[in-house]
Design a protein around this ligand. Structure first.
Ligand code: HPA
Length: 237
């Protein structure tokens, strides 16, 4: 089974709410839907009720494992730190920095077989290439192969000094969810490719102030991302 896990903006798509089912995991229950063989999981729960630091990442990832998911596309709304991904643009994430604190980001507490998971290559190259090819076929511009995502704990946004520090450290985009999810997916051996789309310039980078893309633009981007993801997960090149 293949899956799409998404948050802000994307999780408004009706596919995340049609014919919802619930699976019980040892970490809590998870709601999802399956349409044409693809599982849709809204990471913030239906209605977008959970802030990033409150999300039950372990339940979500365990649910994917229990339901037989071996390949997932994870989608993230982000703020832009560099021009490698400006607001309104979509890109594949190459690597990440984890600045979260106190999150439940390992299954090793319950499963002694899980030790030190390698993360030299956190995202699946073949799946990322499939997404890039589908985007090209659909004429959707996609930044590929360079983007580093720094994960903050939130739920507050960053200070301008923090964003400048993250830029110096090599981050291109900032968000509050990717690292925790990617770490747990890696522990469960689920192939993962991450798509980021930017909805704002990060703190201190926009002379006009701190503002976000309009809902209509986000909806248009969300449609493109879902189309290329469904196509990539359905295709065997
Ligand atoms: N910071 C953190 N997370 C975000 C941002 C941001 O500027 N934009 C979207 N998610």
């Amino acid at each position: 089974m293949k899956a799409i896990v998404a948050g802000t903006g994307i999780d408004k798509d009706r596919r995340f709410y049609e014919n919802m089912s619930t699976v019980e995991t040892e970490y809590g229950s998870v709601e999802y839907s399956v349409i044409d063989g693809i599982l849709y999981l809204p990471r913030h729960k239906p209605g977008h009720s959970l802030l990033p630091h409150m999300i039950n990442y372990k339940a979500n990832v365990k649910a994917l494992k229990m339901l037989g998911v071996d390949e997932v596309i994870t989608v993230y709304a982000v703020g832009s730190i560099t021009r490698r991904l400006s607001p309104g643009r979509i890109g594949l994430v190459r690597d990440f920095l984890d600045f979260t604190t106190g999150r439940k980001n390992t299954f090793s507490d319950e499963d002694p077989a899980i030790r030190h998971t390698p993360l030299v290559q956190p995202f699946d190259l073949k799946l990322s290439e499939r997404i890039a090819r589908c985007a090209a076929d659909m004429s959707i511009p996609l930044s590929y192969g360079r983007i580093v995502y720094v994960t903050t704990n939130g739920p507050r946004f960053e200070t301008a000094a923090e964003i400048e520090a993250f830029r110096v450290l090599g981050a291109d985009v900032v968000g509050m969810t990717l690292a925790t999810e990617a770490e747990l997916l890696a522990e469960q051996g689920i192939r993962n490719a991450a798509i980021a789309y930017s909805i704002n310039w990060a703190a201190g980078l926009d002379a006009e102030g701190f503002s976000f893309l309009e809902d209509e633009s986000i909806e248009r981007i969300a449609d493109s991302i879902i189309s290329m993801s469904v196509s990539a997960l359905s295709s065997d090149f």
